[in-house]
Design a protein around this ligand. Structure first.
Ligand SMILES: *[C@@H]1O[C@H](CO)[C@@H](O)[C@H](O)[C@H]1NC(C)=O
Ligand SMILES: *[C@@H]1O[C@H](CO)[C@@H](O)[C@H](O)[C@H]1NC(C)=O
Length: 192
């Protein structure tokens, strides 16, 4: 997935760059270089409160949601209580140069997960939702889910309750729907 995502981002940048005058055309090397050199951040730091430069995930489902913030390794399991439990993550980098995937499940295993995937590069946050590893009978699909930001210039993503083939979330490995926004925006993801 990380490799695929890099290709997708590269394709997006390439198509963006081709529309720019040569003098200000960004090179892939500059744009894709990770800006931080830190290794994985401790989970307690990840969970620190955030307002901007991160995402707040709200569990509006009737049931507990389990979550793993995954870089090159899977983070500790987090628990979002039913009916409003939250998880907050400030953008972080993956020491292997790939992206971060926040995997959400309604069981304590990662066998069926909805993913919020992101890579921060300079001041841009590249992100997408993925249902590729999500079972069609998931509570997330039956209840719907959405991601919004407080930056009106950025796109949001929304999957209506019951939409098993939602175009706002990756359904096939070759789907291209990587989005971008200023990394200083405040993101909110609602489940249900
Ligand atoms: C979004 O909210 C964050 C945190 O309050 C703030 O830093 C940022 O400037 C806001 N962005 C916009 C576009 O309002
Ligand atoms: C939420 O829980 C209540 C009580 O257990 C149940 O009656 C209701 O059907 C549930 N709603 C959803 C959307 O699962």
């Amino acid at each position: 997935m990380a490799f695929l995502k890099k290709l997708t981002i590269l394709a997006a940048i390439t198509s963006l760059a081709s529309g720019l005058p040569t003098g200000i055309r960004p090179t892939a090397t500059v744009t894709l270089a990770p800006i931080a050199t830190t290794t994985a951040i401790a989970t307690s730091t990840i969970a620190a409160s955030s307002s901007g430069s991160g995402i707040n995930i709200v569990n509006n489902l009737n049931q507990t949601v389990y979550l793993w913030s995954t870089s090159d390794t899977s983070g500790d399991m987090q628990t979002l209580t039913a009916g409003g439990g939250t998880y907050t993550e400030q953008w972080r980098t993956n020491s292997d140069g790939g992206g971060i995937s926040i995997k959400m499940a309604t069981t304590t295993t990662e066998s069926s997960v909805l993913q919020f995937e992101y890579t921060e590069s300079d001041d841009t946050l590249w992100w997408d939702l993925s249902s590729i590893n999500l079972d069609k009978d998931s509570e997330f699909i039956s209840a719907g889910f959405a991601v919004a930001t407080n930056d009106s210039s950025c796109s949001s993503a929304s999957c209506a309750a019951g939409d098993t083939d939602c175009s706002n979330s990756y359904q096939q490995p070759d789907d291209v729907d990587t989005r971008s926004c200023s990394s200083s925006a405040a993101f909110t993801m609602t489940l249900g």
